[in-house]
Design a protein around this ligand. Structure first.
Ligand code: FAD
Length: 144
């Protein structure tokens, strides 16, 4: 018997499983449709070029024909492996604009999505080897 069953071991599912299983009293099942993330292509940055066409590690969807694209379909890759789309992504890291976060926070009527709070969270998940811990960047305490 499980306390939690998480369907999809992608970016969100893995974080959720990690957080929930931190409590040893809780039993967590994480279910993934794709295979393990053993392919070397996942672990080398340039692998994205080949993973984009993989049918084994990529759902490789096509959209419906798009009215505003003259009826064309778009290729819509999504990861199908442990790590989900983060295992086949381009490793680009860009934070949004301060004004957007603050706008969302004011629209939602809560500070949770505001820039100050989000910056704290961005720093917590960042392990910046170039700049180390600064006012805007995070460096995991456990890393060398
Ligand atoms: C090619 C590509 C390049 C990208 N490049 C970047 C980038 O450079 N920078 C960036 O920030 N973001 C990038 N992204 C976006 C980013 O990777 C995604 O936004 C993010 O990983 C989505 O996380 P998620 O948890 O919502 O979904 P996913 O990580 O896609 O996880 C969903 C998981 O659920 C599984 N699943 C689905 N259905 C079932 C089922 N019925 N049963 C069991 N498991 C199931 C899937 O196999 C998958 O593992 C890229 C995405 C792609 C596809």
């Amino acid at each position: 018997m499980y306390d939690y069953i998480i369907v999809g071991a992608g970016s969100a599912g893995c974080v959720l499983a990690n957080r929930l299983s931190a409590n040893p009293a809780k039993r967590v099942a994480l279910i993934e449709a794709g295979p393990k993330d053993k392919s070397p292509l996942i672990h080398m940055p340039l692998g994205i070029a080949l993973l984009a066409n993989s049918k084994k590690l990529n759902w490789a969807f096509d959209t419906e024909p798009q009215e505003h694209l003259n009826g064309r379909k778009l290729f819509w890759p999504r990861g199908k492996t442990l790590g989900g789309s983060s295992s086949i992504n381009a490793m680009v890291y860009i934070r949004g604009h301060k004004a957007d976060y603050d706008y969302w926070a004011s629209e939602a009527g809560t500070d949770v999505w505001g820039w100050d709070r989000m910056t704290e969270l961005f720093k917590r998940i960042e392990d910046n080897h170039r700049f180390g811990a600064t006012e805007t960047h995070g460096r995991a305490a456990s890393s060398p």
